[in-house]
Write a new protein. Structure first.
Length: 438
């Protein structure tokens, strides 16, 4: 918390009198920003202190909490709201900073990206202590954030209006309608991409990064997992599942998660087989085939009937990386099979997942558990939705990579500080809710 000297904050039982300011007080009291404040104050030294560092910082947090789309909107609110000015640390209306003061302060914050990230990591560490099994199930996804600038400009000279860091990003969505016809949707934007790893049970961010819009989600997933294992090794050690959509379908990512970290990947799969290839023969078995979705079928050698084999679980200690067990459908369901007495798979089979880790995963793609876990990937979408609706990223005035990184970092810190505050004040049911709804 950026404590304001000679200023008394309200005790918790008086918060209800503050109304909407309760939310800001919650964030200010639980934001571990003292180290950042001291560094900025040290840099200012004995110079003029017309606009104190702590008051400036607190007002920026207030701008996030109260959904102000621009600095000018925040300034107008500070000018008319005496309680808000007092809470931030401004003594009177005359002390409210002008827009150029905020521009200068943000330039200082641009140099402190590392410290903003440290605040984020401290909050993650605190949530590990406060929330049982925090980080057990993770989900990852990328979010498109458009720049205020309209597009690339041939003139590369910085003038405050152009965005020289952003570029074009394209994302294609494909699927099938109920009638079997294919559909596709192409989304194109100029700006950036926010990459998020969140706890899929609590729907709270665990790691983030901001890149240009054209950045590969798969490549960034590799680096984020490596970084997470360094900054929060205890989370990676206890994580059991990481969920992602088919945009992250990469055999190397599957290998990194399971082979290196014992994290079970639940990642949607793309059809990368030839158009004339519906199934493939499973090695070692003359009458077992599978498709790209991981469905495994046994074929009756007399009638040619194909039956989907039953899920038998995962055996981690067999082979190098484990095996999937598949059971005979005729035996499991009591189905008559003329070839059963001669069939080599009637006792079940074991599939070494190393044969194809995209298709064969520690959690069987054909199992109900895989479907249940895959639905958790939408937790990232809900976090992204809160960033858009509650933190102003749906409509913003941000240009430039440095500013985008700082803005995203501060917004995510506010999200985590809110969760920490709600839990500590015995309001865990509100940990994901920054704003009061009617």
């Amino acid at each position: 918390m950026a404590i304001i000297p000679q200023q008394t904050f309200f005790v918790w039982n008086e918060i209800e009198k503050l109304g909407d300011l309760e939310r800001l007080l919650l964030v200010l009291e639980h934001m571990p920003d003292e180290e950042l404040m001291r560094k900025l104050e040290k840099e200012r030294g004995n110079g003029r202190d017309d606009y104190p560092v702590r008051a400036m910082w607190n007002s920026i947090l207030a701008g996030v909490v109260f959904e102000h789309e621009s600095t000018e909107s925040l300034i107008r609110e500070l000018s008319r709201n005496g309680q808000l000015r007092f809470m931030c640390g401004f003594k009177s209306n005359k002390d409210v900073p002008q827009s150029y003061v905020y521009s200068r302060f943000f330039k200082k914050l641009f140099k402190e990206e590392k410290m903003i990230n440290e605040i984020f990591n401290k909050l993650v560490d605190e949530l590990e202590i406060l929330l049982p099994e925090f980080g057990k199930d993770l989900a990852i996804d990328g979010k498109a954030i458009s720049s205020l600038a309209r597009g690339e400009n041939k003139k590369k000279k910085e003038d405050g209006r152009r965005d020289l860091d952003a570029n074009w990003g394209v994302k294609t969505y494909k699927g099938k309608n109920k009638d079997g016809t294919a559909w596709s949707k192409v989304v194109k934007w100029f700006g950036y991409k926010l990459h998020l790893i969140v706890d899929s049970n609590y729907e709270l961010p665990v790691a983030f990064d901001v890149t240009k819009a054209s950045s590969s989600e798969v490549k960034k997933a590799h680096t984020m997992i490596d970084d997470l294992s360094e900054t929060h090794p205890e989370i990676v050690e206890t994580t059991e599942i990481l969920t992602a959509d088919k945009g992250y379908d990469d055999i190397k990512l599957h290998g990194k998660l399971w082979n290196e970290h014992d994290i079970k990947p639940v990642i949607g799969i793309r059809d990368m087989w030839r158009d004339d290839e519906d199934t493939r023969l499973l090695l070692e078995y003359e009458n077992v085939i599978y498709n790209y979705k991981g469905d495994v079928f046994c074929v009756c050698m007399e009638t040619g009937t194909e039956r989907e084999m039953c899920v038998g679980g995962f055996e981690k200690d067999r082979k190098e990386h484990g095996t999937l067990k598949k059971l005979c459908p005729a035996k499991q369901y009591g189905i008559g099979c003329k070839y059963m007495d001669k069939c080599q798979v009637k006792q079940g089979i074991r599939i070494d997942i190393s044969e194809n880790q995209r298709v064969f995963c520690p959690i069987d793609r054909a199992s109900y558990k895989w479907d249940r876990e895959y639905k958790k990937r939408t937790s990232v979408e809900r976090v992204n939705g809160r960033l858009d609706e509650s933190f102003g990223f749906e409509k913003h005035y941000i240009r430039g990579m440095k500013k985008m990184k700082i803005k995203c970092g501060i917004a995510l810190c506010v999200m985590l500080a809110t969760a920490v505050g709600r839990i500590k004040e015995n309001q865990p049911e509100k940990m994901r809710s920054l704003f009061k709804r009617a």
